[in-house]
Design a protein around this ligand. Structure first.
Ligand code: HEM
Length: 82
């Protein structure tokens, strides 16, 4: 059974778009706090383009993310759902 996650509004997600305020993103209805991951990202600061919003448009452009191990990595940062 899946753990119950808190529900966040898009406004709440959008308010987290800097290292100072925390960096949150969404992916397929999930909300992720990736603040700690930003410095570890193999693609560098580009990751901040998605801060406070959806990963989908960016991952559609950078297909390197279309791999199981990337989704596993993302899942570790899940904090809630939209
Ligand atoms: C590469 C994770 C967001 C751009 C990668 C790789 C991982 C990763 C694991 C290496 C993949 C591999 O080589 O097997 C993530 C995660 C993200 C995220 C977990 C969000 C939480 C983004 C965004 C962008 C981006 C939003 C662009 C706006 C890139 C680029 C590379 C890359 C350009 C290739 C780097 C290179 O090999 O030179 N990312 N990424 N990523 N990422 Fe991301």
């Amino acid at each position: 059974q899946e753990a119950a996650y808190p529900i966040f509004s898009q406004e709440e997600v959008t308010s987290h778009r800097s290292l100072q305020d925390g960096v949150w993103v969404t992916y397929k209805g999930g909300v992720y706090d990736i603040t700690e991951f930003v410095a570890m990202h193999p693609g560098g600061d580009k990751i901040l383009l998605a801060a406070g919003g959806a990963l989908e448009p960016f991952w559609a452009l950078y297909a390197v993310h279309n791999q199981e191990h990337v989704l596993e990595m993302l899942s570790e940062y899940k904090v809630g759902e939209l």
